[in-house]
Design a protein around this ligand. Structure first.
Ligand code: PGA
Length: 212
C-alpha cells in the first residue's frame, strides 16, 4: 500500500523539520512525502541523517531537459533528491493550463531520468501516457472540499484504469482523512491514497497512516 503526502505550496523549513521529527517511527506502509522544490534538499538530508523510512517525491517536473527554461526544475536536478514525481495534478491543469500534451511530455522527462510518475487523472477518461505505473484518481470537486468521492465510485474508476493498465497501482485522492481512509483502502482495486490537507499535520497524518 502506498500513502502519498502532497503538501502543495505550504510549509517553511522549520515546519518541514518539525513534521519529519514527528514521523520518525515505524510506519506500516510505504509513505512518500512531496514537499515544495525548495524543501527537497533539507528533507533529503534529515531523512538520511535520521535513517527514516520515508520516500521523497516532487510535485512537478519540467517538460524540458536542462537548458534555457527560466524557472523550471528538470529531471536531472530532481533525481538528485527524489524517486517520484506528481504529474498532471488538476490544480496545475486548471491554474497553470497544463494540457494532456504537456503532462505527457513531463512523463517522458520523468522516465528518462528514472523518476516514477504519480500520474493524476480527473476521471476514467483522462488519457494516461505510456510508462505510467502509479495512477492517482482525483476528481477535482473532491479536492480540498471535505466531500470525497464514494469508495464505490473510486473503486469502479480504479477497475476501469486497470482494464487498460493492468500493472498500474491506482490510488484515490480528494478529501481523504484519518476517519475515511479505511473505507478507500479496504477496496480491492485501490492500492493507496494521495493526501493533501490531511497530510499537513503530522499527528493527523500518522493517525491516517495507521487507520489505512
Ligand atoms: P486534499 O488534496 O486531500 O486536500 O483534498 C488532495 C490532492 O489534491 O492531492
Amino acid at each position: 500500500m502506498l500513502i502519498i503526502a502532497n503538501w502543495k505550496s505550504q510549509k517553511t523549513n522549520a515546519d518541514v523539520a518539525q513534521w519529519l521529527k514527528q514521523l520518525h517511527q515505524e510506519l506500516p506502509h510505504t509513505v512518500i512525502v512531496c514537499p515544495s522544490f525548495v524543501h527537497l534538499s533539507q528533507a533529503k538530508q534529515l531523512i538520511a541523517a535520521e535513517q527514516m523510512n520515508l520516500q521523497l517525491g516532487a510535485q512537478d517536473i519540467s517538460a524540458y531537459g536542462q537548458g534555457a527554461y527560466t524557472g523550471e526544475v528538470n529531471g536531472t536536478q530532481l533525481r538528485e533528491y527524489v524517486s517520484y514525481v506528481i504529474i498532471g495534478h488538476s490544480e496545475r491543469r486548471t491554474l497553470l493550463h497544463e494540457s494532456d500534451t504537456i503532462v505527457a511530455q513531463k512523463v517522458v522527462q520523468a522516465k528518462k531520468y528514472q523518476l516514477e510518475p504519480i500520474f493524476c487523472i480527473q476521471d476514467a477518461h483522462t488519457p494516461i501516457p505510456e510508462g505510467v505505473s502509479i495512477v492517482a484518481y482525483e476528481p477535482p470537486n473532491a479536492i480540498g472540499t471535505g466531500t470525497p468521492d464514494t469508495p464505490e465510485n473510486a473503486a469502479a474508476v480504479a477497475n476501469a484504469v486497470k482494464t487498460t493498465a493492468p500493472h498500474a497501482q491506482v490510488l484515490y485522492g480528494g478529501s481523504v482523512n484519518a476517519e475515511n481512509v479505511a473505507s478507500f483502502t479496504a477496496k480491492e482495486s485501490l492500492d493507496g491514497v494521495l493526501v493533501g490537507g490531511a497530510s499537513l499535520d503530522p499527528v493527523q497524518f500518522l493517525k491516517l497512516i495507521h487507520n489505512a
